[in-house]
Each structure stands twice: as C-alpha cells, then as structure tokens.
Design a protein around this ligand. Structure first.
Ligand code: FAD
Length: 499
C-alpha cells in the first residue's frame, strides 16, 4: 500500500487518500440491483465483485484514509448506471431525465442538500426577455422554457395546480428603461424578439404606468414586455423534482446521498476510463456515465480530481455571489409582473473577475454590481434583487449590499421609500447564492476529453433555473445517443476548458 495523493479539496473539505493494491474480496450479491458490496479499508477489488464491465484493467483504486469508513470499518460499494455529482437544479433535473426517459439507474450525491447551492437563492425567472435571439444560449433557453411549459401542462392534466406545486406564475416580464438610449435599445430588442416568434411589445411610459402602477414612470420611461415569460419557486420546484425522482427508489433505480461530497474519481489503470466516484462515505460505481453538475464548485472540484492525472482540464469558472432580499407578507406594494431594469443585461455579462480558479479575490468588493429585479412570489412575498460580486466562495450576507438592493429598488418602486429597511425586522429575509460564472457567458455541457464517461453540466450563471430542463435533455441525448434537439457545440468542454 503506497501513500500517494491528496485527491480533492472541496469547499471546506480536505481528504487524504491512499492508493491501494488490488486484492481479493469474497463475491457479494447485488441488492435491488445496485449494491455491490463493502470493502475493508485498503482491500478493495473490482475484479472480485460482480461489476460486469468494471472487471478488466482495474488495478489501483483511490481509497480515503479515514473518512469513507462506516462504523464497521467497511467502505460501501454501490453500482449504478449513472452517477451525478451535485444535486442543485441541474443535477436533479438530469437525474429526472434519465429516470423518466430511460431504464438506467441513477445515484446523485451532494456535499450539502439540493438548495444549499445557487439553486436555493434563485429568483425563479424563466425568462427570455433578457436573452438575445441568435445568441448561443437562445436555443437552449427557448427549448428549456418549452420543456418547463410542458411540465406545467402535465401537472395541470394530473388535476394539480402548478402554482401550488412549482410556484409557477405566468406573470409576463417587464424590462424597464429610463433613458432615451435604453428605450432605443429596448425597441430594437422587441423587434428582435418578435422576429424570433416571441410575443413581445414595446410599452411607452403611459402604457407602462397602466401595466405596473407601482413603478415610478417619467416621460423618458418605457419597457419591453414579454407576455409569456414565467416564474417558479426554486424550493417548491426542487421538492417536486426530488419527490418524482424518489418514486424510482423502490424499483432500485434511484438513490441520493446528501452531506456526502464527491472527492475522488476511480479510474482504470488500463484505459483511463472512470469507473466510480468516491465520496466521503461510499464508492459509487458507474456503468455508463458520471455527470459533474457541482455548480460554482465544479472548476475547483475538477481541478483537484484530475490533478494527479494526465488529463489537461482548466475550467475558467468563478463563483459569482448574488443576494436577494425577501419581504415576507409585504402587502404595501402590489406587483403585477416580474420586473427587471434594462441595465441588468449588461451587469450579467460584465467583464472577467480579477480572480484565480481558487476563487481568491484581490479586493473585497471587486466588481459588485446591483441591478433592480422585483417580483411577487407564490406566497405573496416581495422578492427584490439582485447583486453580483466576485468574492470567492464566501456566502455570508453583506449588509452593505442588501442596503444597495433596497435603495435601488426604491428608485423604481417609490412606495418602498416609506419604509425603513431596519424596521422590517423578522419579515426581512435574505438569500445568498454562488452563480456558476463562465467568462464567455455560456454553460459547459458535454464530455471531458481524456476522461471517458465523464460529462460536465454547469456554468449557467444567472440562468440555471431557466435552462435546467434543456440542459438535462442535452446531457441525456449525449449519454443515450439520441438525436439532439439543440446543437450542443457552443457548450462543449473541448476548446473552452482544455486544449
Ligand atoms: C441571487 C440569485 C438569483 C438568481 N435568479 C435566477 C433566476 O431568476 N432564473 C434563473 O434561471 N436562474 C437564476 N439564478 C441562477 C441559478 O440559481 C443557477 O444558475 C442555478 O441554480 C445553478 O444550478 P446548479 O445545479 O448548477 O448549481 P447549485 O445549485 O449551486 O448546485 C451545485 C451543487 O453541487 C454541490 N457540490 C459542490 N461540491 C460538491 C462535491 N464535491 N460533491 C458533491 N456535491 C457538491 C453543492 O452542494 C450544490 O448543492 C439566480 C442565482 C442567484 C444567486
């Protein structure tokens, strides 16, 4: 047995690993088609287990020196067709797609729980208004929105209310301009969106006031209005997807492991194929695919996972912190639509952060931007956003940013100025999340060259809720060899994260 490497350091996690030589274990039967067996520490053998295609060429395996042990001193081995790392909206919807559209078994692991990442902070806009027809993400977002709408219809057909189940509301969206330059840009945007077949209108200041009386409107105000933009509640939607996924557990096709970070990939020494994901407690063998959907942590995680290998991978991803301010049961303003200031479009695609892949920052408030978003959620809470900061993996609430969100919202919704943020007390909540930011503004969806069977699905920045179902479909198209509904080329790993 040779001590070799530190395999992975996730957020706040450090695991030391030992390479161990293959040895023999007694054959163990599968349980529910997925359990392979347990291995005593330091004595793991693939060839002795009933793992089918894993048999050949697996000589060395990465075993955690301490943390992966159960109380009995055994490492549990489980076998699935697909293993997904990260149970945010992207990982969960990918699991859902495989469960519904194939007969493959799926395991999903998360360092925390599903809403502990960016997903739990998301405002829930399933919007096209700030996306540009013809851009790389347009087709993906449009397809994804179509899939959300199909899901909503299926919920209705089942006699349920999508508002209760998903927090789904078809509010329409308003992208608000307040200068002649912004209005000219919005008029152009409406033409472009209409040309792409989306129901879009340009609203003059008078029309805007009629649509949304809460807004401060001057003669120079106006808006682009998309009639079919929708919103959901991320927490309700995640709960619904988890419930659906769990219904496959009794058939032996689904298992989830939370508070159990992935920390190592186990590869065949013969052909380099990834055979399993090592978590802090288990070894999850994968027969068909490993999907890494670890949001803002993906870059750092993969950097650690491949650091001892010949795979050249450099994911230029950064965590982009966002705050939302929630005013619970705040009935002093009434919002009819989802709102966003026109400047949001530029804030979203702002220049690269002054950071390295480690997420360390050069200055505490590097490139913080605030742009007004506002909506009323399914519970009647007013949700105000949003901020964008590059400040590493820190998720602490920054009061100065909350104050700026509040003040910015007050410039558009003057009734808020009648209240003091300090006096809102316990009805004031804050959500913070790390958006997975890619400098080129596009998610990464596809196989990793040099790591057979491993796929990335991440980098959706401020649009992961919107693009989740399309992303899940695209990954399943790749793994199952189905025809693509959206061209995956713009999202490939090759050329963007490796030479
Ligand atoms: C303030 C704010 C507002 C937003 N508003 C919207 C919106 O209106 N519409 C929209 O479409 N999008 C919005 N977004 C963006 C959206 O929330 C994200 O794009 C999306 O949630 C990303 O999902 P994800 O699954 O990739 O990442 P996450 O939700 O971050 O999930 C990644 C998961 O990976 C896990 N993980 C990390 N490391 C490991 C490991 N080693 N092993 C196992 N698991 C690991 C984490 O615990 C986490 O649960 C918003 C984001 C923020 C912050």
């Amino acid at each position: 047995m040779h001590p070799v490497a530190v395999c992975s350091r996730g957020p706040g996690i450090k695991y030391d690993f030992l390479w161990v030589r293959e040895t023999t274990l007694p054959r163990r039967p599968f349980v529910s088609g997925i359990r392979a067996g347990s291995s005593a520490l330091g004595f793991l053998s693939i060839s002795s287990l009933n793992l089918g295609k894993f048999k050949a060429g697996s000589r060395r395996h990465c075993i955690p020196s301490a943390t992966a042990l159960s109380s009995s001193g055994m490492v549990e081995n489980l076998v699935f067709d697909v293993v997904i790392v990260g149970a945010g909206i992207i990982g969960l919807t990918i699991a859902r797609e495989f469960l519904l559209e194939s007969d493959l078994s799926v395991a999903i692991v998360d360092a925390g729980i599903p809403c502990s990442g960016a997903t739990g902070a998301g405002q829930g806009y399933i919007w096209m208004i700030h996306k540009t027809p013809g851009s790389d993400i347009w087709e993906l977002a449009a397809r994804s929105k179509q899939l959300w709408e199909a899901l909503v219809k299926s919920i209705e057909h089942a006699g349920m209310d999508p508002l209760e189940i998903l927090g789904w509301k078809k509010t329409g969206s308003l992208l608000i301009g307040r200068t002649p330059v912004e209005l000219a840009t919005l008029e152009q945007r409406v033409k472009l969106l209409s040309g792409a077949g989306v129901r879009a209108e340009f609203l003059s200041s008078t029309d805007l006031h009629l649509k949304e009386p809460e807004l401060e409107v001057s003669e120079e105000s106006g808006a682009a209005f998309l009639l079919d933009d929708c919103q959901l509640d991320a927490h309700h939607t995640v709960a619904f997807i988890e419930k659906g996924n769990r219904s496959f557990a009794s058939h032996g096709r689904y298992a989830e492991f939370y508070h159990d970070p992935a920390c190592c990939l186990i590869r065949s020494s013969q052909n380099g194929e990834v055979q399993a994901v090592q978590t802090s407690k288990k070894i999850l063998y994968s027969k068909k695919a490993v999907i890494v959907a670890a949001g803002a942590w993906t870059g750092l995680l993969m950097q650690n996972l491949v650091s001892q290998t010949d795979v050249s991978l450099d994911i230029p991803m950064k965590p982009r912190k966002g705050h939302l301010l929630i005013l619970e049961n705040f009935n002093h303003i009434q919002l009819n639509h989802g709102l966003m200031e026109a400047g949001y479009v530029d804030h979203q695609v702002t220049a690269s952060p002054p950071t390295s892949a480690s997420g360390l920052i050069q200055h505490e408030h590097s490139l913080t931007s605030i742009s007004m978003t506002a909506t009323s959620d399914m519970m009647g809470n007013v949700v105000l956003g949003s901020s964008r900061t590059f400040s590493g993996f820190n998720t602490e609430t920054e009061e100065s940013i909350i104050l700026r969100i509040w003040e910015r919202a007050g410039e558009f919704l003057p009734n808020l100025k009648n209240f003091s943020l300090l006096n809102l007390g316990s009805s004031r909540k804050v959500r913070v999340g790390l958006r997975p930011y890619m400098p080129d503004g596009k998610p990464i969806i596809g196989p990793i060259p040099g790591l057979p069977k491993v796929f990335l699905a991440t980098g959706h920045e401020g649009g992961g809720l919107c693009m989740a179902l399309g992303t899940a479909e695209m990954i399943a198209d790749m793994v199952l060899g189905r025809t693509f509904k959206v061209d995956p080329a713009p999202f490939s790993v090759q050329g963007r994260c490796c030479r």
